[in-house]
Design a protein around this ligand. Structure first.
Ligand code: PLP
Length: 362
């Protein structure tokens, strides 16, 4: 049997989202026959040697791509970043202690809600006053908080921290939607976590990269399933890991490494973002919704100044094979998600459609 190839679509989906075509092909092959074993990746034991090698490689690639200190640990769990919102306070907040959060959008709000269930939670800054269209600056972080939490990229509102604030306490960061999109200094974070389904792989795995020395020292009694250090000490095999999602994530990370790593990926992402934002700013029909200095390179949000033109614009981009650029309901308009695997050619097609539309309607 041969695996059918699909028609060309420019996939701007916010997540799950585009992955490299070669990864789809390798993954499809492994479903049929994993590394010539006569077995599918879907039917092998997670305790088998070949899968142990996949897990070890995936863990090593996370650290290598991000340049993590040697002693950091990597685990892949189920539950999404949303379960991470719950696990963060359990693993970092002492009973009777407190946490500090910045509220930069929907996902940050959900993280704050979970922290409040565990204990005192200070919201030290928020951009809710302007529908989360900017990144707060110039706020303080209390030195007696157990940790400080932020969301590096706000997938729904299209804002991104360009520089992370100095913190007197351990920093925990939800990087679901921009992990591997740019270099970060991992040692600045006690924990980086994120759902796989944006830059890393398919839905079903959540990555946790953490400093075991600064993790789990709360004195809380935890279920082993919610205990990051337990999962770390068991090489992410305390229970059955999301085997296929980890495998496809490993393939995607190999692809990133082959491209030249995260520095090269950042260069490409910057070029894509510049191309699109330049069009948004140049064409009077369109207007960006996020503060210019805080614009996300991953998720570009924009609206049409005249919403009555939307149906005609929608027809045009759909005809060009573009998919998934309608904005989230809380912002409206459009959101073009330009994750790592989206080629610049797809951005060129979108910009051409915007220009063509502006010529006809400007
Ligand atoms: C998508 C997303 C999440 C939610 O991830 P799940 O894996 O669906 O729980 C959390 N945070 C951010 C920043 C996201 O983009």
């Amino acid at each position: 049997m041969t695996v059918a190839t699909k028609k060309k679509v420019h996939n701007y989906s916010a997540g799950p989202c585009i992955l490299p075509q070669e990864v789809f092909e390798q993954a499809a092959q492994a479903v049929l026959d994993f590394e010539g074993s006569g077995l599918s990746i879907l039917e092998i034991s997670h305790r088998s040697k070949p899968f142990e090698a996949v897990m070890a490689k995936a863990q090593a690639l996370v650290k290598e791509l991000l340049g993590a200190p040697e002693h950091y640990q990597v685990v892949f769990l189920g539950g999404g970043a949303s379960l991470g919102f719950h696990m963060v306070p359990l693993n970092y907040m002492k009973p009777g202690g407190k946490s500090a959060y910045v509220n930069t959008g929907e996902w940050a709000s959900r993280a704050i809600k979970e922290s409040k269930l565990a204990g005192e939670t200070l919201v030290v800054a928020s951009s809710e006053d302007k529908n989360f269209s900017y990144i707060p600056k110039g706020f303080g972080i209390p030195a007696d908080a157990d940790y400080f939490h932020l969301t590096s990229n706000n997938t729904i509102f299209g804002t991104q921290w360009k520089q992370f604030p100095e913190s007197p306490v351990p920093v925990v960061c939800d990087m679901s939607s921009d992990i591997f999109s740019r270099p970060v200094n991992v040692a600045d974070f006690a924990l980086i976590y994120g759902g796989a389904q944006k830059n890393m792989g398919p839905a079903g795995a959540t990555v946790y990269l953490f400093d075991p020395e600064r993790t789990g020292n709360t004195g809380r009694k935890l279920s082993p399933m919610l205990d990051l250090k337990n999962h770390g000490s068991k090489e992410s095999m305390y229970n059955t890991p999301p085997v296929f999602a980890v495998y496809v994530s490993m393939l995607t990370m190999e692809w990133m490494k082959k491209l030249g790593g995260v520095a090269e990926i950042e260069r490409r992402n910057s070029a894509k973002a510049k191309l699109l934002y330049d069009a948004v700013d140049r064409l009077p029909l369109f207007k960006g919704t996020a503060a210019a200095e805080d614009r996300s390179t991953m998720n570009a949000c924009f609206v049409m100044r005249d919403a009555a033109l939307e149906p005609a614009f929608d027809a045009l981009w759909k005809e060009a094979g573009i998919s998934g650029i309608r904005g989230h309901r809380s912002v409206g308009g459009y959101r073009a998600s330009m994750y790592n695997a989206l080629p610049i050619e797809s951005v060129q097609v979108l910009v051409e459609v915007m220009e063509h539309f502006a010529q006809k309607n400007g």
